[in-house]
Design a protein around this ligand. Structure first.
Ligand code: SF4
Ligand code: SF4
Length: 150
Protein backbone atom coordinates (compact mmCIF):
# COMPACT_ATOMS: atom_id res chain seq x y z
CA UNK A 1 0.00 0.00 0.00
CA UNK A 2 2.99 2.22 0.58
CA UNK A 3 4.16 2.03 -3.05
CA UNK A 4 0.95 3.27 -4.76
CA UNK A 5 0.83 6.18 -2.30
CA UNK A 6 4.37 7.13 -3.12
CA UNK A 7 3.71 6.83 -6.84
CA UNK A 8 0.63 9.03 -6.51
CA UNK A 9 2.57 11.71 -4.69
CA UNK A 10 5.22 11.61 -7.44
CA UNK A 11 2.51 12.03 -10.10
CA UNK A 12 0.98 15.00 -8.31
CA UNK A 13 4.40 16.58 -7.78
CA UNK A 14 5.33 16.20 -11.45
CA UNK A 15 1.97 17.50 -12.65
CA UNK A 16 2.86 20.84 -11.16
CA UNK A 17 6.42 20.94 -12.52
CA UNK A 18 7.48 22.55 -15.80
CA UNK A 19 8.30 19.85 -18.42
CA UNK A 20 12.00 19.23 -18.97
CA UNK A 21 11.45 18.74 -22.70
CA UNK A 22 10.90 21.50 -25.26
CA UNK A 23 8.69 21.66 -28.33
CA UNK A 24 11.46 21.07 -30.85
CA UNK A 25 11.75 22.24 -33.63
CA UNK A 26 9.64 25.27 -32.58
CA UNK A 27 11.68 25.78 -29.44
CA UNK A 28 15.43 25.26 -29.43
CA UNK A 29 17.75 24.77 -26.52
CA UNK A 30 21.27 26.12 -26.34
CA UNK A 31 23.82 23.77 -27.85
CA UNK A 32 26.76 23.15 -25.56
CA UNK A 33 30.17 24.42 -26.67
CA UNK A 34 31.70 20.95 -26.78
CA UNK A 35 28.81 19.43 -28.74
CA UNK A 36 30.06 16.99 -31.39
CA UNK A 37 28.09 17.76 -34.54
CA UNK A 38 28.99 17.61 -38.21
CA UNK A 39 32.75 17.32 -38.74
CA UNK A 40 34.13 20.11 -40.90
CA UNK A 41 37.55 20.43 -42.46
CA UNK A 42 39.71 23.42 -43.36
CA UNK A 43 41.44 21.79 -46.30
CA UNK A 44 44.02 24.56 -46.58
CA UNK A 45 45.52 23.46 -43.24
CA UNK A 46 45.74 19.77 -44.19
CA UNK A 47 49.25 18.34 -44.68
CA UNK A 48 48.04 14.93 -45.87
CA UNK A 49 49.40 12.91 -42.95
CA UNK A 50 46.21 10.76 -43.02
CA UNK A 51 46.21 10.24 -39.25
CA UNK A 52 42.49 11.05 -39.30
CA UNK A 53 41.88 8.25 -41.82
CA UNK A 54 43.93 5.81 -39.76
CA UNK A 55 42.19 6.64 -36.49
CA UNK A 56 38.59 6.94 -37.73
CA UNK A 57 36.75 3.89 -36.33
CA UNK A 58 34.07 4.14 -39.02
CA UNK A 59 36.31 4.57 -42.04
CA UNK A 60 34.40 7.73 -42.87
CA UNK A 61 37.31 9.96 -44.02
CA UNK A 62 39.23 9.90 -47.26
CA UNK A 63 42.18 12.22 -47.90
CA UNK A 64 43.44 12.56 -51.46
CA UNK A 65 46.15 14.74 -52.88
CA UNK A 66 45.15 17.42 -55.34
CA UNK A 67 46.69 16.61 -58.70
CA UNK A 68 49.31 19.25 -59.38
CA UNK A 69 49.68 20.70 -62.88
CA UNK A 70 53.04 19.87 -64.48
CA UNK A 71 54.09 23.50 -64.04
CA UNK A 72 53.70 23.12 -60.27
CA UNK A 73 55.43 19.77 -59.86
CA UNK A 74 58.26 19.92 -57.36
CA UNK A 75 61.07 21.73 -59.13
CA UNK A 76 64.68 21.05 -58.39
CA UNK A 77 66.65 23.81 -60.10
CA UNK A 78 70.25 23.13 -61.03
CA UNK A 79 72.48 24.68 -58.37
CA UNK A 80 73.72 28.02 -59.59
CA UNK A 81 77.01 29.29 -58.22
CA UNK A 82 76.22 32.52 -56.43
CA UNK A 83 78.09 35.57 -57.66
CA UNK A 84 79.43 36.37 -54.20
CA UNK A 85 80.55 32.78 -53.57
CA UNK A 86 77.62 32.02 -51.20
CA UNK A 87 75.90 28.61 -51.31
CA UNK A 88 73.16 28.34 -53.93
CA UNK A 89 69.55 28.62 -52.72
CA UNK A 90 67.97 25.29 -51.78
CA UNK A 91 65.27 24.06 -54.18
CA UNK A 92 61.74 24.72 -52.94
CA UNK A 93 59.08 22.12 -53.78
CA UNK A 94 55.63 23.36 -54.69
CA UNK A 95 53.27 22.90 -51.71
CA UNK A 96 51.03 19.85 -51.89
CA UNK A 97 47.34 20.27 -51.21
CA UNK A 98 44.73 17.74 -50.13
CA UNK A 99 41.01 17.11 -50.50
CA UNK A 100 39.14 15.81 -47.47
CA UNK A 101 35.95 13.79 -47.95
CA UNK A 102 33.79 12.79 -45.00
CA UNK A 103 30.88 10.37 -45.35
CA UNK A 104 28.41 11.56 -42.73
CA UNK A 105 26.36 8.44 -43.39
CA UNK A 106 29.14 6.42 -41.72
CA UNK A 107 30.41 8.98 -39.21
CA UNK A 108 29.55 8.23 -35.58
CA UNK A 109 30.55 11.76 -34.41
CA UNK A 110 33.13 10.48 -31.98
CA UNK A 111 35.51 13.38 -32.90
CA UNK A 112 38.55 11.09 -32.79
CA UNK A 113 39.69 12.65 -36.07
CA UNK A 114 39.54 16.10 -34.48
CA UNK A 115 41.83 14.91 -31.67
CA UNK A 116 44.19 13.13 -34.08
CA UNK A 117 44.73 15.97 -36.56
CA UNK A 118 48.09 17.59 -35.82
CA UNK A 119 47.18 20.74 -37.80
CA UNK A 120 43.75 21.39 -36.24
CA UNK A 121 42.26 21.12 -39.73
CA UNK A 122 39.22 19.17 -38.48
CA UNK A 123 36.64 20.39 -36.03
CA UNK A 124 33.22 19.48 -34.69
CA UNK A 125 30.53 21.96 -35.65
CA UNK A 126 27.22 22.47 -33.85
CA UNK A 127 25.28 21.35 -36.91
CA UNK A 128 23.19 18.27 -36.15
CA UNK A 129 20.16 18.44 -38.43
CA UNK A 130 21.71 16.26 -41.07
CA UNK A 131 18.98 13.73 -41.83
CA UNK A 132 18.07 13.22 -45.45
CA UNK A 133 16.59 10.70 -47.83
CA UNK A 134 19.42 10.70 -50.39
CA UNK A 135 22.52 8.95 -49.11
CA UNK A 136 24.96 10.64 -51.46
CA UNK A 137 23.96 14.02 -50.03
CA UNK A 138 25.59 12.95 -46.77
CA UNK A 139 29.03 13.10 -48.35
CA UNK A 140 30.94 16.30 -47.54
CA UNK A 141 33.89 17.34 -49.65
CA UNK A 142 36.39 19.98 -48.56
CA UNK A 143 38.90 21.34 -51.05
CA UNK A 144 41.67 23.89 -50.64
CA UNK A 145 40.72 27.35 -51.82
CA UNK A 146 41.45 28.11 -55.49
CA UNK A 147 44.28 30.45 -54.53
CA UNK A 148 45.89 27.81 -52.34
CA UNK A 149 45.57 25.16 -55.06
CA UNK A 150 47.84 27.16 -57.43
S1 SF4 B 1 33.94 11.88 -35.90
FE1 SF4 B 1 34.71 9.78 -35.59
S2 SF4 B 1 33.58 8.55 -37.09
FE2 SF4 B 1 33.31 10.68 -37.70
S3 SF4 B 1 34.90 11.06 -39.21
FE3 SF4 B 1 35.76 11.65 -37.21
S4 SF4 B 1 36.80 9.82 -36.41
FE4 SF4 B 1 35.45 9.18 -38.10
S1 SF4 C 1 44.94 14.41 -39.71
FE1 SF4 C 1 44.59 16.56 -40.33
S2 SF4 C 1 46.42 17.11 -41.47
FE2 SF4 C 1 46.42 14.88 -41.34
S3 SF4 C 1 45.37 14.21 -43.22
FE3 SF4 C 1 43.79 14.39 -41.63
S4 SF4 C 1 42.95 16.46 -41.87
FE4 SF4 C 1 44.93 16.40 -42.96
Amino acid sequence: MQKPARALSEVIKNLLKKPVTVLYPFVRTKIQDKFRGKIVCEADKCIGCRLCMKDCPAGAITITQVAMPATLAPVVPAPQPAADGAAPAAPKPAPRKFICEIDLGCCIYCAQCVDSCPRKALSSSQEFELAGTVRKNLASRYEPTAEEKK
